[in-house]
Design a protein around this ligand. Structure first.
Ligand code: HEC
Length: 157
């Protein structure tokens, strides 16, 4: 029995080593063009920029700031899945290239996700404490989103 357990242990250990070699391409773009970036096009104030960059950009932009443990499998696979699904829904770097209609619906969704506390994802904030938003910070973001929604709905576009 003991011998069998030891074998299982060794097998698991070897699998853990083997999956470390699977390192998909990093979500990083060195020559990122910021002309369509959400924070630039909406002229977001500094405090808002900082909050959204810290709490949202790792999964919703073309540049993720990886931490050392993000490189360790199986965490790496999880991180990449979050990034690819997150970017599909919303890419802040490309926000300005969305149609007006899509921008409006995304603004609505950003407000909702921030208010409900569903974003940033809990599985992420568990290890990325600086991305946690407190109630005041949530309100700041929601307030900002509301203000640009009103502005753009009154403009003919
Ligand atoms: C750990 C990665 C991660 C972080 C950080 C993150 N998101 Fe997300 N986000 C996702 C994923 C993955 C989805 C895809 C759907 C889902 O899982 O809910 C998503 C979906 C969304 C959607 C839904 C889009 C739609 O049209 O319905 C919005 C809006 C959103 N995120 C906003 C935010 C905001 C705002 C922040 C920061 C406060 C943030 N996210 C931080 C991963 C992340």
């Amino acid at each position: 029995m003991k011998k069998r357990l030891k074998k299982v242990g060794i097998a698991l250990f070897l699998v853990l080593i083997a999956i470390q070699f699977y390192q998909p391409a990093l979500n990083q773009s060195s020559g990122q063009d910021y002309t369509n970036d959400f924070l630039i096009t909406t002229k977001a104030p500094k405090n808002i920029s900082k909050l959204i960059q810290t709490s949202c950009y790792d999964c919703h932009s073309n540049n993720t700031k990886y931490l050392w443990y993000d490189y360790i499998q199986p965490a790496r696979m999880l991180v990449e899945a979050h990034i690819s699904n997150g970017k599909k829904e919303l890419n802040f770097n490309e926000f300005g290239s969305y149609s007006n209609r899509k921008q409006q619906s995304k603004l609505e969704a950003i407000g909702k996700q921030t208010k409900s506390g569903d974003m940033p994802l809990k599985s992420y904030t568990l290890l990325h404490h600086d991305a946690v938003l407190n109630e005041t910070q949530r309100q700041e973001i929601i307030h900002w989103i509301n203000s640009i929604q009103e502005n753009s709905s009154s403009s003919v576009n």
